[in-house]
Design a protein around this ligand. Structure first.
Ligand SMILES: [Zn+2]
Length: 372
């Protein structure tokens, strides 16, 4: 599909290149070529090898030509897997996939917008205080590219990701902390009919443990979920093993710790009652963050959005983005909603108007970062 704006054509071209987590090579090459054609040097780090991705982080820095605050713009190159080819088409002013699968606006809409904004800055010789671009692999499976990037290379102390499916104007001022639990219960196998008394059912222990947990929306800021369960070998065998995975997210680290503690307790009590043994492994997925409306990148975003005619609202996200990885390391990176709709579904789409508007928002951010 061809349109009359660079950002729409570029977005459609990038979206059509499949890039499930770990297989970002082709799209990374296209992005690198776009930047090379602008005369921008692109560096690819060694994160690919370390996180099991076909491409590393693509990093480019355009040195300042005016005083002010350098800005980082970051977007991820991977998408959730597409179950069909991606053939972008324009329907009623929005781009969607002709085939029944994701479009990959998450996050190629951001990639295209950031690239086009940089092209405009250079072509129009707009003053700017330094722009850094970072395009990451394997965001969808745990922010792996962003975590593997050496953030000490960055000149910018603040930046933006566009990775929230909400109307433009929504500024994400907080994202949750998240931890995962891998649980394995070990009982005793026995013939279910002839030696039932000798059996210790790991499935019964797991069921009891899960039944004791507070799951779902635990409180306003906290959620918990048991997402997978697997156990047993045959209908006539008392199951020796049952494993499940659980996650907890909270915007408040203390509540996260409390709910995780309750889960551990539920597992231990249930295992003891069933005379089973419980193995627990806890893993940090990412840390959360919380900004105030007066924090510099939030205030800068508000000025830029207002200048582009958008009403500004502040929201918390229930999920993470690459911003989490950078905020954890002391940078201030804010996630701006970019108009994506129904991401991770076959109805995923984005309005042409929103793609174009985010280019203007990016240019306004660059302008607002100039010293005044
Ligand atoms: Zn995303």
């Amino acid at each position: 599909m061809r349109s009359d704006t660079v950002v729409v054509d570029l977005f459609c071209e990038l979206a059509a290149i499949p890039s499930p987590p770990g297989r970002e090579r082709a799209v990374a090459d296209r992005v690198a070529r776009f930047l090379a054609e602008l005369g921008v040097t692109v560096d690819e780090d060694d994160a690919g090898g370390r996180v099991g991705a076909a491409a590393g982080n693509l990093y480019a820095r355009i040195p300042a030509v005016a005083p002010g605050e350098p800005l980082l713009f970051c977007a991820h190159l991977d998408t959730v897997p597409a179950v069909a080819p991606i053939e972008p088409e324009l329907v009623d002013g929005a781009i969607r996939n002709r085939a029944p699968a994701i479009l990959g606006a998450d996050d190629k809409a951001a990639v295209a917008v950031m690239l086009e904004a940089v092209r405009r800055v250079l072509a129009e010789q707009r003053p700017h205080a330094g722009i850094e671009l970072l395009f990451t692999p394997k965001e969808e499976v745990g922010l792996l590219g962003a975590y593997a990037f050496d953030h000490t290379r960055l000149h910018a102390r603040m930046g933006f990701v566009y990775d929230q499916a909400a109307p433009i104007g929504t500024v994400i001022v907080g994202a949750p902390f998240r931890r995962e639990l891998e649980v394995e219960l070990h009982g005793t196998a026995a013939h279910a009919g002839m030696h039932a008394r000798d059996g210790r059912s790991a499935i019964a222990a797991a069921a009891d443990a899960i039944a004791r947990m507070r799951l779902g929306q635990v409180d306003e800021l906290t959620t918990a979920n048991v997402g997978t369960i697997d156990g047993g070998t045959a209908i006539n065998v008392v199951p020796e093993r049952c494993a499940f995975t659980a996650e907890v997210r909270s915007h408040e680290p203390e509540r996260l710790v409390r709910v995780l503690g309750e889960m551990r307790c539920a597992i231990e009590v249930a295992a003891a009652d069933a005379q089973c043994r419980a193995d627990l492994r806890e893993r940090k997925s990412y840390d959360g963050y919380r900004f105030g409306e007066r924090d510099r990148p939030v205030a800068l975003a508000a000025r830029a959005l207002e200048r582009c005619g958008f009403g500004v609202s502040y929201a918390l996200s229930g999920g993470a983005a690459d911003a989490n990885a950078f905020n954890e390391r002391g940078l201030q990176v804010v996630n701006l909603a970019n108009g994506m709709i129904d991401i991770h579904t076959p109805d995923e789409r984005i309005a042409v108007r929103d793609l174009e508007a985010m280019v203007d928002v990016t240019l306004a951010l660059v302008d607002e970062a100039l010293a005044r």
